[in-house]
Design a protein around this ligand. Structure first.
Ligand code: ADP
Ligand code: ADP
Length: 237
């Protein structure tokens, strides 16, 4: 599903964000990337939907090398690779349902999306996904009325409604308190598994990673320094 072949990324100022990454992630895996702040977790995740561009190597997503894509192909990639952010990236003045429907924008024709028109099937899909993350009763409220954990659930429902093959989550629970963080991680894992999605999550804390990951990838100074199932993570690791 995703393969890094000797991928390096040098930022314009000369800083090496990723150094010769080799990595293969299979369909349906729930992978957690851990590492200290500045280790390159965000750079690695953002290279998979090409928010940043590797400077060398090959990065294969869905059988295609994505290191050089035209605009139209980038849109195709980003419809297939959904993203969840630490800060939710929802539009707070809009309703919860509108935010979730935004997940359909890559699928809807340009004129239709400009007009805010969505087919009935999209509405049903959006409502079903709100139900799956337990906030369907809030569908018609303004997003700003919801708590942080609920706002992150809006963004989970939105990415599910996008129907991607891959979900990237960049520190999705870093703004939430520990109990809420666990509930959101549990929901994210549940829906990923139900839909057979390949999910890659950046997390700060190893104990949280241990609880949810099928596999843990460790980064340090832009290098891959650990890759294995949680059974290989000893308490001293
Ligand atoms: P993490 O997500 O693990 O905290 P990042 O991937 O955000 O790490 O950053 C890795 C390193 O790359 C950091 O040292 C950061 O300062 C640097 N970096 C990130 N973006 C840029 C950029 N646009 N230009 C130069 N350096 C950058
Ligand atoms: P088509 O195959 O007719 O070009 P698609 O909807 O399958 O249309 O994809 C839209 C565009 O996105 C295509 O040009 C495709 O090459 C590009 N694309 C590039 N990488 C990917 C990817 N990993 N997953 C999906 N689409 C991708």
């Amino acid at each position: 599903m995703i393969e890094f072949k000797d991928v390096s990324l040098v930022y314009p100022n000369g800083f090496k964000g990723l150094k010769n990454i080799n990595l293969k992630i299979e369909k349906g895996e729930f992978v957690v990337i851990v590492g200290m702040s500045g280790a390159g977790k965000s750079t690695l995740i953002r290279s998979i939907n090409r928010m940043v561009q590797p400077t060398s190597g090959q990065l294969i997503v869905n059988g295609r090398d994505i290191t050089n894509l035209k605009d139209r192909q980038l849109r195709g990639l980003r419809t297939n690779v959904g993203m969840i952010f630490q800060s939710y990236n929802i539009v707070k003045r809009m309703s919860v349902l509108r935010n979730v429907l935004a997940g359909r924008l890559g699928h809807t024709g340009t004129l239709r999306s400009i007009l805010g028109w969505f087919p009935q099937s999209d509405l049903q899909l959006a409502m079903r996904n709100l139900e799956r993350v337990g906030i369907d009763s809030k569908a018609y409220q303004r997003a700003s009325n919801l708590s942080g954990g609920q706002q992150q659930r809006i963004s989970i429902a939105r990415v599910l409604t996008q129907e991607p093959a891959v979900i990237l989550a960049d520190e999705p629970v870093a703004s939430l308190d520990p109990p809420t963080s666990h509930k959101v991680m549990k929901d994210l894992k549940k829906v990923s598994k139900e839909d057979g999605l390949t999910t890659i999550v950046n997390l700060h804390f190893i104990d949280m990673a241990m609880e949810y990951a099928d596999r843990i990838i460790g980064l340090r100074d832009g290098e891959l320094v650990f890759d294995g199932p949680i059974s290989e993570v000893t308490p001293e690791t």
